[in-house]
Design a protein around this ligand. Structure first.
Ligand SMILES: [Zn+2]
Length: 257
């Protein structure tokens, strides 16, 4: 399938900073290649604090997410769901459909179907469902834009690369982000409140280092300095050719791009 003429990528994630951890290097590459990038989260991160009120921390975190997206000319969106309460129900599904209808993505990233916490799994379901149906005229009251179609869909790594039962997830696609690591780190560093919160909650201060270790480990799979890993959704009606391979390099499954 030829690459879509509409170059609009959407990272549809659960929480502010998930995209920066899991796929921002690839988003940087897409932006550099002329794609419009959107980052959306289901929640505004109201539980990501030990000291602030939900309202105060949500204001801080949405601003951090907006700044991170803006570093690559991207837009930030939030569905406004509470942390720990992202569910696959009709109101939330409708919000996701409406969001997709406004953005009209041709390439979508979301969480792995099985991940360490359920907000991620529900976001994955919402992203999958919205990808499939948003182009159907009756799916949303938001006007149908030209170019609305089932997008390429990629699942990011689950946290630590394993499903909740500890089984490793084998990627279909590795994207070399060695040259984009500095910008990805800059985007993640926009989430300053989380560096502080993680220090308080986990007793460590390795927000950026944990990310660097992970993309380094994924990079080792293909002999490059840093990589992001994905599993492409290849179910009925979804584009099945590996768009990321077509965009960033030759090679088939598990070839680093
Ligand atoms: Zn998360």
């Amino acid at each position: 399938m030829p690459a879509p003429t509409r170059k609009t990528a959407l990272a549809f994630m659960a929480h502010p900073d998930d995209a920066e951890f899991l796929c921002a290097g690839t988003l940087v590459r897409l932006a550099d290649a002329g794609w419009k990038v959107h980052i959306a989260t289901c929640t505004a991160g109201d539980c990501g604090t030990t000291t602030e009120t939900p309202w105060a921390i949500m204001a801080v975190r949405t601003e951090e997410a907006r700044k991170a997206a803006a570093l690559i000319g991207g837009d930030y969106h939030c569905l406004g769901e509470p942390d720990g309460q992202v569910v696959y129900d009709k109101p939330t599904v409708r919000k996701a459909y409406d969001l997709f209808r406004r953005i009209v993505p041709t390439l979508v990233f979301t969480h792995a179907p099985k991940d360490y916490m359920l907000d991620h799994e529900m976001a994955s379901l919402l992203g999958r469902a919205a990808s499939f149906i948003y182009g159907a005229p009756n799916a949303s009251a938001v006007p149908l834009a030209e170019g609305s179609q089932v997008p390429y869909l990629y699942y990011c790594d689950p946290v630590e690369g394993t499903d909740p039962l500890g089984r490793p997830v084998e990627p279909t696609t590795l994207v070399d982000i060695t040259a984009q690591l500095e910008k990805k780190t800059e985007m993640l560093a926009c989430h300053a409140s989380q560096r502080e919160w993680l220090r308080a909650h986990h007793g460590t201060d390795e927000y950026l280092d944990a990310m660097r270790r992970w993309v380094g480990a994924r990079g080792q799979l293909a002999g490059v300095g840093a990589a992001e890993a994905f599993v492409q959704h290849r179910g009925h009606a979804y584009p099945r050719d590996d768009l990321l391979t077509e965009l960033f390099g030759a090679g088939g499954s598990k070839t680093c791009l």
